[in-house]
Design a protein around this ligand. Sequence first.
Ligand SMILES: [Zn+2]
Length: 441
Amino acid sequence: MVYKLIIIEKSQIALIYFKDRLISLVMEHNLYRVNDIYLGRVSSVLTSLDAAFVTLNPLSKNGFISFNHLKDRLNPDSPTVPTSKNILVQITREPIGNKGPTLSCDISLIGRYIALFPFSKFIHSLRRLHTDRHKEYLRAMAHLLVNPKDMGMVIEFKTMDANVNFLIIEAQILKSRWTKITAKARKKLNPSLVSKRKIFLHKILQDHSNINFDFIAIDSYEGALKIKTVLTKIHGSNHHNSLKIEFHKNYFSIITHYLVDVLLLEIMKPKINLCRGGYIIIEKTEALTTVDVNSGSLTNLENSRQTSLWVNYSAVHEIVKQIRLRNIGGIIVIDFIDCNNHQDQMKLLRYMSKLMLKDYVRCRIIQMSELGLVELTRSRQGQSVYDAFSRKCNTCNGLGYLTFNLTKQRNINYELLLDPLFNYHKRLYDRIRNLYNKVQP
Ligand SMILES: [Zn+2]
């Protein structure tokens, strides 16, 4: 068994193994998923942020939309939206931490080869196309597909491989999907889900269609029955004859059988030992993730340059793996062991970007700062292990340290000490406001 897939539908988790080693972990938010379309209601407008909160589900967190993603739907005379207005929105980013989902009014319907943008009129091509002839062909094709030109479309290079008839059918399917969505939204009065993205099982198999799984275990009977049909739909033939499907009667049995809970606990640990010495520490904050590389007690190498090279290279391997497993998105800052040699630094970064190419999510090294910190970004896709499986600790209130309650011990009221600072901020705020009012005509 080379590739193994474990799907826990009930919690929307999928684990992918290669030769019994976990290579990927896919997690989705249980309610809000990217590309879901909602009829939302503007609940509050934040003019200072040029954004608004939108109610999608009265029982859950509100979504956040910036005016930039609302522009077309705004009245040109007033730069804001009225509260309690109903708008059709699409989720562009899943909830992170205690923030709700991010929304956009620029709705897209994504097919296998093309993406339809009902509110746009532009034809975009994603990624650089090889030749101008390819580009022209695809543009002409896209113009034909969205004729009359009341919608926009995004085409990719892979569209070149698609059969024309297939593209025509796909465009028709997407257009009729859009008609259904608008009709459904018109009938509704209150915030609600209008169009749901593919079911989890379908999404996992579609997103990993390049992998030929030999074994799939799943916790739902319907899911187990559906797998082969979905695979045939994606691949068009039944080349998955050797595939073994295992059904687990319940959610607990699949978790205990594959030790998923133990594995998750292990994945969330901040400290990871590197092979043959040294370790890294991964810490996630709300704004970014930091990775600290340490040599630990590794001293058996000839000189410090060799030690730092050895530890940094094995750290790169582990970091790329851990970022992917933990599904960390956004800004990542890495503090490698001092390596003063410029050539060594460049080689290390080149090696890292080579390893990152294998990631199914886009990663990019931005720069090495003057302090020697390596900054990179990774697209956010789905939930990170922290978003999906962690909650604030009640004992330390998210601080991560055990504290002594000094106030109780020594009878000092610390609030008194902190108060003047608050007054100072208020004075500053008043001054800024006065100044600003004076400048205004
Ligand atoms: Zn704690």
